[in-house]
Design a protein around this ligand. Structure first.
Ligand code: ADP
Length: 484
């Protein structure tokens, strides 16, 4: 079986969020199962310095009049063949691939990701010197949605799978942009790419794909209803027979407290007492008071409304009075950044804020914190709660999407039968969040039970193996039903 896996980012070449973690892991695990895989990514300017060796040009294509080169390389640290779509629209731009320094989408995003989509479609259906055509084209999120629509124009086409990593990002562009993109006019219809007088790239995947997947069973249910479906719930309900939720895995080598080189003191379930040294080291680095008589609460993520900061900020004083210490790592919305920074300034020693994208700090917080906060308003899968479980840092999450699927609330019953792995609350209110946090902090005082909870959390298996097998089974079932 041949698989073309197209995405707009993949770790370690370029990462802004969970999509990169998935695209940097899943295709490689599928390759290890014997599938002939190519990962297709844009050749962003930043990518070249992260390659082990200079890439080779394997094809020169002309896509809607634009000359484009396909460069071949390997995803660093793997044997995964990776094709980079090389065009000045990608290579002459550094930094965040979607947003400028002010956090505003690049004005030419439609042209850029249409080019990526055209490359995926062309490789999948056209005659190229690559002499390689996939049996399955697997696209991810809005950036590659149009690729699926384009291949469905062709008679000889691969099977198509589209994964929703976050429905909130739809790739919406105005009518004039749609015209400039030179797409078939019939795509401007409600049952194609048109979405309330705009062109929606994600609809390319949602309308045309043979199968749609999303990154947790919980989110698969939520997006078929309002408000989770964000206006697309009707379409998704129509396509429910082809929609499946497959939980993301995590890279268990990168996120392993026993081998993690970013952290001060490595540890595992048998040496869990050593975790405390990471707390001490982080407190020191961030100027927090050196004390072990209060829990350290960690937050890592985009500072966006989705992540539930509205539930945390109004009760920040009460949180510190529990008592607890707080550390935030994130970038995003300027308003949240300012609020967090001024709160940290008012509470030196108790609260620290790092407004940066910092991979090593993310690992250090996972290793150091006692409780990890993820009060998201919605969360397709979420990765940080999975990293937290692996690091024995108990996640406190809202019961939505993948968070509800992966964290078991500590109730008297679940503690007694050793299935509890964290703390879960339901309502999107600061009060409900605070009540769960009070519960968690009380539990933290009981060191023996806490240790048991940590062991249950660390014993969870969220490796990619299981998820990859489910994707493979889907490709096979789909291929089989097509043959029939
Ligand atoms: P999302 O994809 O919605 O941003 P996820 O929890 O699925 O959220 O994935 C976020 C990924 O990005 C995680 O690997 C997380 O550690 C990482 N991350 C987010 N913000 C930062 C940051 N400021 N510094 C380092 N890593 C970050």
């Amino acid at each position: 079986m041949k698989l073309l896996f197209a995405a707009s980012e993949a770790y370690p070449l370029l990462k802004t969020g969970g999509l990169a973690d998935v695209a940097g892991s899943l295709p490689e695990v599928i390759r290890q199962q014997g599938v002939d895989v190519r990962l297709l990514l844009p050749a962003y300017g930043d990518v070249f310095e992260r390659l082990a060796s200079p890439p080779t040009v394997v094809a020169e294509l002309v896509l809607a009049g634009e000359p484009v080169r396909i460069l071949e390389t390997h995803l660093p640290g793997t044997a995964l063949l990776t094709w980079l779509v090389d065009h000045p629209l990608f290579s002459q731009r550094l930094g965040n691939p979607y947003l400028d320094q002010q956090g505003i989408p690049w004005a030419d995003n439609a042209q850029r990701f249409m080019l990526l989509s055209r490359a995926a479609a062309h490789i999948s259906t056209g005659d190229t010197v690559l002499d390689w055509r996939p049996d399955v084209l697997h696209c991810n999120d809005w950036h590659t949605g149009p690729a699926i629509a384009l291949v469905h124009l062709e008679e000889q086409r691969p099977l198509t799978v589209f994964t929703i990593h976050n429905l909130a990002h739809m790739g919406l562009f105005d009518r004039e942009t749609f015209t400039q993109l030179q797409l078939p006019e019939h795509f401007w219809q409600d049952n194609a790419l048109e979405f309330y007088e705009q062109c929606s790239f994600i609809k390319g995947g949602l309308v045309y794909a043979d199968y749609i997947t999303t990154v947790s069973p919980g989110y698969a249910r939520e997006i078929c209803e309002s408000p989770g479906g964000m206006g697309l719930e009707g379409l998704l309900r129509q396509r429910q027979d082809c929609l499946v939720g497959i939980l993301n895995g995590i890279d268990v080598d990168t996120w392993n407290p026993a081998t993690d080189h970013y952290i001060e003191q490595r540890y595992d379930a048998a040496s869990l007492q050593d975790k405390a040294l990471n707390k001490k080291s982080l407190q020191q680095t961030l100027g927090l008071e050196q004390r072990d008589d209060r829990p350290l609460l960690g937050f890592v993520g985009r500072l966006a409304q989705q992540k539930g900061l509205e539930l945390v900020l109004p009760v920040l004083d009460q949180i510190l009075e529990l008592p607890a210490q707080l550390v935030f790592l994130g970038t995003g919305d300027a308003g949240y950044e300012q609020q967090l920074q001024s709160l940290a300034d008012i509470h030196p020693g108790c609260m620290a804020v790092v407004l940066a994208y910092n991979e090593s700090m993310a690992h250090r917080i996972e290793a150091a914190a006692d409780i990890f906060l993820m009060p998201s308003l919605f969360e397709p899968c979420g990765l940080n709660q999975l990293y937290s479980l692996r690091y024995g840092t108990l996640p406190l999450v809202r019961a939505v999407g993948g968070l509800a699927d992966t964290v078991v609330d500590a109730t008297p019953a679940s503690v007694a039968n050793a299935s509890a792995t964290g703390f879960v609350f339901r309502e999107p209110t600061a009060n409900d969040f605070l009540a769960a946090l009070q519960r968690a902090c009380q539990q933290w005082q009981n060191k023996e039970t806490w240790h048991e909870l940590q062991l249950s959390a660390m014993a969870q298996d969220f490796s990619w193996q299981q998820s990859a097998e489910r994707y493979l089974a889907l490709y096979r079932t789909a291929a089989e039903s097509r043959r029939q």
